[in-house]
Design a protein around this ligand. Structure first.
Ligand SMILES: *[C@@H]1O[C@H](CO)[C@@H](O)[C@H](O)[C@H]1NC(C)=O
Length: 163
C-alpha cells in the first residue's frame, strides 16, 4: 500500500513538473494584461454574434502526444497577432505595449523549443482563423481577435509544456 502511494506520488509529481516552454506563460502580470485587454475588447463587441469564435476550440483531453502540435499551431496564430492584429494597437489599452513585448518573447521561446510556425500555416485551424477574421472586415475583426487574446494565452500555457 505504502509502495503504491509512493508510486502514485512519483507519477503525479512528475506530471506537475511539466515546465512551460516560456516562463512568460506563467507570469501573472502578463496573464492579467491579457485578461484585461480581452475584456475591454469583448465589451466593445456587445451586440455582435458572441457565438462566433475566430480561434477554434481545442477539444479537452487531447492525448499528451499531440501537445506539441497544438502548441505550435497556436504559435502560428500568435505570430499572426504580432504581425497583423496588434500592429497598431498600442493605444487600445495601457498594458498593450507590455503585452506585445511579452507575446513576442513567448514566440521567440517557442521557436527555440522547435516550433516551426511556417509548418502550421496551412493547418485547418490557422486557415479558418484568418478567413473568419477577413470576413469580419477591418476594425470589427481586429476587436474580435483582441477579445480572444485570453483564449490564445490560455491555450499556449496549457499546451506549450515540456514533459
Ligand atoms: C518549416 O516548415 C516548412 C513548411 O512545412 C518547411 O518547408 C521548412 O523546411 C521547415 N523548417 C525547418 C527548419 O524545419
Amino acid at each position: 500500500m505504502l509502495l503504491f502511494v509512493c508510486f502514485a506520488w512519483l507519477l503525479c509529481s512528475q506530471h506537475s513538473s511539466a515546465r512551460p516552454m516560456s516562463d512568460v506563460l506563467h507570469n501573472h502580470d502578463t496573464y492579467q494584461a491579457a485578461r484585461d485587454i480581452s475584456r475591454k475588447a469583448q465589451k466593445l463587441e456587445a451586440g455582435d454574434d458572441t457565438s462566433l469564435r475566430l480561434i477554434s476550440r481545442v477539444s479537452p483531453n487531447q492525448p499528451l502526444a499531440q501537445n506539441a502540435e497544438i502548441c505550435c499551431l497556436h504559435a502560428n496564430i500568435l505570430d499572426f497577432y504580432l504581425l497583423n492584429v496588434l500592429q497598431s494597437s498600442d493605444s487600445f489599452h495601457p498594458t498593450m505595449p507590455r503585452l506585445k513585448t511579452d507575446l513576442a518573447r513567448i514566440s521567440q521561446d517557442l521557436s527555440h523549443h522547435g516550433c516551426n510556425v511556417t509548418h502550421y500555416h496551412d493547418h485547418q485551424n490557422a486557415v479558418e482563423f484568418r478567413e473568419k477574421l477577413i470576413t469580419m472586415q477591418g476594425p470589427r475583426g481586429i476587436t474580435k481577435a483582441i477579445g480572444e487574446i485570453d483564449i490564445l494565452f490560455t491555450y499556449l500555457g496549457e499546451f506549450c509544456v515540456q514533459n
